[in-house]
Design a protein. Structure first.
Length: 474
């Protein structure tokens, strides 16, 4: 009996040690899955893939809503919190809200003292939230490089995610019209009229600054990918900078001087994908190309014409945008180049990221950015200027429509954002909506269930041998 007890105790010790080893392997994997299921910044991640492994179970229904009348940011969702900002106006400044993900109840509010430009979104890293703001009135501050004293027109602020407390603020000489990107311990921001800079996440101190002479307007938020920062500037093409030093690696400019880099910018599969708007055929014609560039060298891998639109009348402005999303080496591109005009064109196109070949296409006039969640593509469909847009989901493999939800009121929509099985949409004139499965099906996370089962199976197998030996000895 003493021998049996000794064998069992040793087996227990071995089992405990084995479980500890397995846990050390599985917990980081589980944490990584949880991180991927967050939507922590504009474009979901630093590479702007606009895709998440989090899945949606259709049909969806409203879980909760909050009424903020000047919401113009894409919601960010991290952990059990949703973060959104109001733009403010000349009577009141913009505010940042932290909401409970399950109920929509306010956890904290921060008054920015300025305004938040439409489309600029908060970015979250660990326990810090970053947001660019613009001042309604001039304040005496220094510019980002701390070299000259001037009137600050903007700032990037860092708030404690859990409490909303201001950790640091970096004033800038010019406003910031695009969202920040966070990668590692740095936050990257583009300043119109100045250049591109990297700040230390914890302190806000300048790590490097890349000035651009007569800098063009930043047409999209910067992205980080494989040790480099990529920034598109209108009229100048795209800049690739070393993420650690800020040294220019390469610059790509469109062949035609009248062509401009658009808002679409994402990276993956060793390439950077950008949209280029070409008006060389005349003032009433706009041709839009999707270009794949090698991330390390900037040379063109492939180029595909996405849209060829003729205006009527010729001076009609374009209100639509194209944002490519990337998932499993598939590029999904959407845009409605004519906006809400009767002759508008648009659709959704799925391309092979390596070759640019068409996988499927849909003629639904989807406008602005999309979100790819699991096997679904979600975007806004605009039928006319006088009708609210409809939130539509397509099957990512075929392009067939699987679900739709008309927005309850006319107004600019921001999102969609998908995290932990729920979908979030901000409407400028109304507020923020959270939608979840109408059947109440929670998102199933395989990492939650197979980890303890695997540990249990290993322990059971180890304990069976001493028990057999005990029976055989008697």
């Amino acid at each position: 009996m003493n021998v049996l007890r000794y064998r069992i105790s040793v087996t227990h010790i071995k089992s405990v040690l084995l479980v500890v080893v397995i846990a050390n392997v599985l917990i980081p994997v589980y944490s990584q899955v949880e991180t991927l299921q967050n939507w922590s910044m504009f474009g979901h991640d630093a590479s702007h893939t606009w895709s998440t492994p989090s899945t949606l179970h259709f049909p969806l229904q409203i879980q909760w809503s909050v009424n903020y009348t000047t919401v113009q940011t894409h919601p960010a969702v991290v952990g059990d919190s949703v973060f959104v900002a109001t733009s403010g106006d000349f009577q009141s400044s913009g505010k940042v809200y932290s909401l409970d993900r399950d109920s929509g109840l306010v956890r904290w509010t921060y008054d920015t003292g300025g305004t938040v430009f439409g489309g600029v979104s908060p970015a979250v890293s660990d326990d810090l939230l970053f947001l660019p703001i613009s001042y309604l009135g001039p304040t005496s501050e220094v510019n980002v490089t701390q070299q000259t004293t001037s009137l600050a027109a903007g700032a990037i602020i860092a708030l404690q995610r859990s409490s909303g407390k201001l950790i640091w603020s970096r004033q800038t000489l010019h406003p910031i019209f695009t969202s920040p990107a966070i990668d590692g311990g740095s936050v990257y921001v583009v300043l119109d009229g100045e250049g591109i800079f990297a700040l230390d996440v914890a302190t806000g101190s300048v790590e490097w600054f890349y000035p651009v002479a007569t800098i063009g307007t930043a047409t999209a938020s910067p992205i980080a990918y494989e040790g480099a920062i990529y920034v598109p500037l209108f009229g100048k093409g795209i800049f690739a900078l070393d993420a650690r030093t800020g040294v220019l690696k390469w610059q790509y400019a469109p062949e035609d001087a009248r062509a401009g880099v658009g808002e679409g910018l994402t990276a993956g599969s060793g390439m950077v994908f950008i949209t280029i708007s070409d008006r060389s055929q005349g003032a009433d014609t706009r041709m839009v190309y999707l270009v794949a560039l090698a991330a390390q060298t900037g040379h063109v891998v492939w180029k595909r014409l996405i849209y060829n639109f003729t205006y009527s009348p010729p001076d009609l402005s374009v209100s639509g945008r194209l944002y490519p999303a990337l998932v499993n080496r598939t590029l999904i591109v959407t845009g409605n180049l004519g906006g809400t005009h009767a002759n508008s064109t648009g659709g959704v196109i799925a391309l092979d990221a390596e070759t640019g070949g068409v996988i499927w296409s849909s003629l639904a006039p989807v406008m602005d950015n999309i979100a790819v969640a699991g096997s679904s593509v979600i975007g806004f469909v605009w039928q006319s200027l006088m009708r609210p847009p409809t939130l539509v989901a397509f099957d990512a493999m075929t392009g067939l429509k699987v679900w739709e939800w008309p927005l309850p009121i006319l107004g600019s929509a921001y999102g969609p954002t998908v995290a932990a099985g729920s979908l979030y949409v901000a409407i400028w004139t109304l507020g923020l909506y959270s939608l979840g499965s109408a059947a109440g099906i929670p998102e199933f996370n395989h990492a939650v269930i197979w980890a303890p089962l695997l540990c249990f199976a290993i322990i059971s197998l180890l304990l069976r041998k001493p028990q057999r030996n005990f029976r055989n000895s008697h």
